[in-house]
Each structure stands twice: as structure tokens, then as C-alpha cells.
Design a protein around this ligand. Structure first.
Ligand code: ME8
Length: 519
């Protein structure tokens, strides 16, 4: 049986259209899903929308529609965007689904059975924007003296009857979890923050609300709805059929990775494992909190008028150009700033001029001078061997651990290094000049490049699935050979024996122009 890999993104609040941060996170998750599939693993990739809570209820009220109508409309935009971006999710979950209500009530009852829920009165600060409770000591003051959450959002004083979860009971078990599993929270800086927070002591958590009713009802107490994070976190097991512990729960749980942004690490590494411990369900293996994307150094917001629709970026610059840019430009654990110029420059220098041009130069010569079929190689010079070794090192030794560690920028840097080496090789060997002087050597050079290009294309299939698939199709590489183990010298002989024809090469990455309004 194939090894399994279960990965999830955060579920997104559909209180508005998706923004670039949503695209960023889900593209990264898709790259990982594809990377694990490329190695033969059975992957389950889940994303979706987080549709309950006060934020949704208030937004719907402002718009004069029901929360359900708002969720239906916006969730559709998320799904359409994710399809446009070529995201290969296996399950798109919506927390308003009936199965999700069942799963959330089941985990609630399991926590209740452990004696971890009790009824009391909540008095304290709440941020609707973060859907989070804060201790007074965590708050800061805004310019007008108003109280703000650590994320800079407004907080309001809340007094309400509420169910509480005995989070305080889990302080020691959580600290033991972090100590025994140093990889549980990544990157390291996030782990340190969480450990400091938990070491500071945990208060019991208010987990239900009575002042509104847009949520999952508390079993046996229908006047309460669950705190939105209780149901939101449960999505990760709803999608596997919980409370049924057989089937997909047995197959895919515990999750291999929850991929989320840095602002919601506390929910995933403190609350979620505590809920799971209480409900006696195994804990996820890893939580990775990625950095935030900024637009020319600023947070996107309606008031600044700098909100970018990721679907427009994809239309304007190309889906794969955008995917490549987002993973290549910044280190995944850290914040990064993007702009139209940066996307255009990166695409033109690396995709159009370096890789695209290499493929185009090579394949058009194969098409013209080798009758459109794989050049028969007679032997290799030390230069050919050196190039093979270099490409092999990049795609087999450097890129795999980088992908595994979510160091996408590093994986793509190794890739680019190999692309540069191929370009230097083609310039030095000048196969176009060999046509007249030494036709066999021309074939050897083109054949060498052909193999290197196929390997390089396979190695970035997870990042640029559409364009690399088109290229490999045009090159005649059989789909079953498109794995890192599949390409290499044996592949060459297999392909050479088959009666294959190269399609007339088409440029894969056209040069992009900076739109006038961005210049
Ligand atoms: O937090 N750059 O939903 P959300 C990068 N529903 N990532 C960003 C970002 C940015 N500028 N802005 C947001 C929620 N994100 C909850 C999650 S999970 C059980 C519930 C990331 O729509 C953010 O960190 O506000 C989160 O991982 C995801 O986008 C959804 O954010």
C-alpha cells in the first residue's frame, strides 16, 4: 500500500472575496501535494471555507443578506479561484455542511465526556476580526486610546453565559508535546513564541456564545452556539469522516501537515492539540506557520485601496508565472513583499529568458535538424558528463529535501542554477555551428540537453503543472516516466526505442510587459 500524506490549509473566512494571502497559502499547499504525489504517495489535500462566527454574521447584516447567502456567494469565489490556479485539492470543505455539524457536535461530546467542559460566565475582551479572546495584558492602545488586540484589531468587552474548556489542564501535556516533538511547530521562531505563551500559563477558554446563533449548536444546549474556532479546527477531521474512526480517518489521520499563516499558530498548536487530547484523538504531526504577503511593503486593505484580486494577477501574468513567483521570491517562513514589477522581472529573467529560451532553442533544433525525433547519442564528452552530474545533483539531491522542508525558494534556486548551467553549455557547445562541421556531435549535444530539460521540467512539475505538462507532452515523455525516479538514462533508451515525434515547439513562457498603470 502506498504511503499516505494528509495535508490541509487553513479554511478561509468567506466574508469577502479571496485575497493574495489565500492564494499564496493554497498554492504552496498544492505544490506540496503534487510533490508528494510525484514520489508515489497517496495524498489527501483539503482546503475550504470557515463560514460561521460573528465576523460572518456581522458582514452579512451590513450587506442586508443572510450569513448563508454571503457564505454561498463568497465560497463560490474561493472555489473558482482555486480551480483557476490549478489547485489539486481532494476535498473543499464548507463548515455549513451537515456532516461538519455532526463532527463538531461529536468532538464536543467527547470533550464533555472527559470532564473538560463546564458552564460559567465569560467576562473579557473579544476581537471579532480575529474571532479571538484576549487577556487584558495582551492588549495595546491605538492612537485614539482605544484598546487593540496584538494583531492590531479592535476588541470589545463581552459578558455572557458561556461553556468553558479546561485549557489550563493541558498546559503540561502541551509543553511535553513541544519538547518531545521539536518539529511539531515550524518554523523555529513560531515554536519559541508558542512555548513562551504556554509557559506563561493557560486560562480556560470560552467555547460557546449565546448572543448570536450563526454557528454549530451545542448538543443539549441549543441556546448556545460553539465558538467558531472549535468548529473551524474540527474541519480537519470532518473531511475524513469523523466521528467514523474507520475509513479515511484510519487511513489519513493524523494529518502530516497543517499549513497555516503565522497569525493563527496559537489556535493550531495550543487549542487544537488540547481539544484532540481531551477527545482522545491522535495529534497532527506538524503545523507550519508561513509568513505574510505584503503589497509593496504594505498590508492590503480597502482603506488603502491596494487590494489585489489574485484572479486578475493570474489572468494578467499567467497562472504558472504567479505560482513560480510566489514561491521563488521569498523564503516561505518569512514575510514577503510583492509588486507587478517584481512578478514581471522574475518571470522574464528566469522563466522566459532562461528556462523558456533554453527549451525553445534546444527543441527547435531537434525539430529541424534531427527530423523531430530524439537524437541518437553516440557517446559523451566530459562536458556532457559534467552537465548531467550538475543537473542530477540539483534535481535529485538538492531539490527533494528543500521541498520536504517547505524551503521552496531554495528548491527553485537550485533549479535555476542548473538551468544556467544548461544555458552556458549550449552557448559553449554551439550545436547550431556543429550542423555543418560534426553532425553526430550536434546530435550528442542536443540529446544531452534534451535529457536535462526533461529532468528539469519534471522537477518543477509541482510548481508549474500546466506549462511543464505541456512541455513534457510536446517532448513526448510518457506520463508514467514523469517522476524523479522515472527520468534518466534508462528513460532515454526507452524513449529512443518508441516511435515518438516531437511536436513543433511552441514558446512556453512569453515575455511579459508591465501594464502601463503599474509602470
Ligand atoms: O484565519 N499573507 O481565515 P482567514 C499570507 N478562518 N497569508 C495570509 C495573509 C497574507 N497577507 N492573510 C491571511 C482564518 N493569510 C480562519 C482559519 S483554520 C481552522 C481557520 C492566511 O481567511 C492566514 O494566516 O483570515 C490563514 O492561514 C489563511 O490565510 C486564511 O485566513
Amino acid at each position: 500500500m502506498a504511503e499516505t500524506f494528509y495535508l490541509t490549509t487553513a479554511i478561509h473566512y468567506p466574508n469577502g472575496k479571496p485575497h493574495i494571502g489565500h492564494a499564496y497559502e493554497t498554492i504552496a499547499a498544492d505544490v506540496l501535494a503534487r510533490w508528494h504525489r510525484l514520489q508515489g504517495r497517496e495524498v489527501r489535500f483539503q482546503t475550504g471555507t470557515d463560514e460561521h462566527g460573528l465576523k460572518m454574521a456581522q458582514k452579512a447584516r451590513d450587506l442586508g443578506i443572510t450569513p448563508r447567502e454571503l457564505a454561498d456567494e463568497m465560497s463560490g469565489h474561493f472555489r473558482a479561484l482555486f480551480d483557476k490556479l490549478d489547485l489539486s485539492y481532494d476535498r473543499f470543505i464548507r463548515t455549513t455542511e451537515a456532516e461538519h455539524h455532526t463532527a463538531s457536535q461529536a468532538i464536543w461530546q467527547a470533550m464533555e465526556a472527559s470532564g473538560d467542559l463546564y458552564l460559567d460566565r465569560y467576562e473579557g475582551w473579544y476581537s471579532v476580526r480575529d474571532e479571538a479572546y484576549y487577556d487584558a495584558s495582551e492588549l495595546t492602545e491605538g492612537d485614539g486610546g482605544e484598546k487593540l488586540s496584538p494583531q492590531g484589531t479592535p476588541v470589545e468587552w463581552t459578558v455572557e453565559e458561556s461553556w468553558f474548556f479546561r485549557l489550563s489542564k493541558y498546559q503540561e501535556p502541551l509543553l511535553a508535546l513541544y519538547r518531545d516533538n521539536p518539529d511539531f511547530i515550524q518554523p523555529e521562531a513560531r515554536r519559541n513564541e508558542v512555548m513562551r505563551f504556554v509557559e506563561g500559563g493557560l486560562r480556560d477558554l470560552s467555547v460557546s456564545r449565546t448572543s448570536f446563533d450563526w454557528g454549530v449548536k451545542v448538543p443539549g444546549h441549543e441556546d448556545h452556539v460553539m465558538y467558531v474556532w472549535v468548529d473551524a479546527l474540527t474541519n480537519y477531521i470532518t473531511g475524513l469522516g469523523y466521528p467514523d474512526m474507520d475509513g479515511d480517518m484510519a487511513k489519513f489521520w493524523p494529518a502530516d501537515l497543517h499549513l497555516i499563516g503565522k497569525d493563527i499558530v496559537r489556535f493550531h498548536t495550543v487549542y487544537w492539540p488540547a481539544f484532540l487530547m481531551s477527545a482522545k484523538i491522535a495529534l497532527p504531526k506538524k503545523v507550519f506557520g508561513h509568513g505574510f504577503l505584503l503589497n509593496r511593503g504594505q498590508k492590503e486593505s480597502k482603506s488603502l485601496g491596494n487590494v489585489t484580486d489574485p484572479a486578475d494577477l493570474a489572468d494578467r501574468y499567467g497562472v504558472d508565472n504567479l505560482r513560480y513567483f510566489l514561491l521563488r521570491e521569498f523564503s516561505f517562513g518569512q514575510d514577503g513583499s510583492y509588486s507587478a514589477e517584481a512578478i514581471v522581472n522574475r518571470s522574464n529573467s528566469e522563466l522566459a529568458n532562461s528556462f523558456g529560451n533554453l527549451a525553445q532553442r534546444t527543441l527547435s533544433q531537434v525539430f529541424k535538424n534531427c527530423e523531430g525525433s530524439l537524437p541518437a547519442i553516440s557517446g559523451h564528452t566530459p562536458e556532457d558528463e559534467a552537465l548531467f552530474a550538475l543537473v542530477d545533483k540539483a534535481v535529485r539531491q538538492e531539490m527533494p529535501p528543500a521541498y520536504d522542508q517547505l524551503a521552496f525558494a531554495q528548491a527553485l534556486e537550485a533549479w535555476m542554477g542548473a538551468v544556467f548551467a544548461c544555458n552556458a553549455y549550449i552557448d559553449a557547445q554551439a550545436p547550431w555551428a556543429l550542423k555543418k562541421t560534426d553532425e553526430q556531435r550536434m546530435r550528442d549535444v542536443l540529446g544531452t540537453l534534451y535529457i536535462c530539460i526533461a529532468q528539469l521540467a519534471v522537477a518543477v512539475l509541482p510548481v508549474m503543472p500546466g506549462s511543464m505538462t505541456r512541455l513534457l507532452d510536446a517532448m513526448g515523455l510518457a506520463p508514467e516516466l514523469r517522476t524523479l525516479a522515472g527520468i534518466g538514462s534508462h528513460w532515454y533508451s526507452q524513449l529512443a526505442e518508441s516511435d515518438f515525434r516531437l511536436a513543433k515547439p511552441e514558446g512556453i513562457f512569453p515575455r511579459l510587459e508591465l501594464p502601463a498603470e503599474e509602470a
